[in-house]
Design a protein. Sequence first.
Length: 146
Amino acid sequence: MLKFEQITYQSPLYDKVVQLRERILRAPLGLTFSESDLSVDKNEMLFALTDNGEPVACLQIKPLTETHVKLRQMAVDTNRQRQNLGSKLVREVENILKSQKIKSIELHARESAVGFYQKLGYHVVSERFIEVGIPHFKMLKVIESL
Ligand SMILES: CC(C)(COP(=O)(O)OP(=O)(O)OC[C@H]1O[C@@H](n2cnc3c(N)ncnc32)[C@H](O)[C@@H]1OP(=O)(O)O)[C@@H](O)C(=O)NCCC(=O)NCCS
């Protein structure tokens, strides 16, 4: 059964989320996470959709100011992509952020994922730039506060 969960840093579920991130976001680029890449996770809010206890989609939120955050590390398991899990997860997280008076969300989208974020109401606000060796665009969405 599909469940939306906030993930506790360094819990057993956190370890599985790191594996999902490695598999989807890093391994295809020939990269892995270092200890220092992961140590920043303790300052962020981590979320996942799980299916029978296994994470199938994940993302995390880095606070930037009192009212502005960055969405990072968005990944959906390969065999679960294009089944509306990514968009469901983003919407669930946006609702939590709205209840916390967050007004805007930024992210660095891979060029290949820009269309996904556009469908969720994010807008490109930068020139194309390279991050982790591949083209990205900065995107922004203003969300209503409650
Ligand atoms: C990009 C990603 C997060 C999208 O999640 P997903 O669960 O596959 O997407 P969804 O099924 O929720 O798609 C929602 C809508 O966006 C569209 N969409 C999904 N991926 C897209 C893409 N890469 N480009 C354009 N549109 C896309 C879907 O067709 C769907 O449109 P619809 O509502 O008209 O049917 C996921 O495919 C993924 O993890 N990809 C590999 C890693 C990655 O690129 N992460 C993002 C890093 S910035």
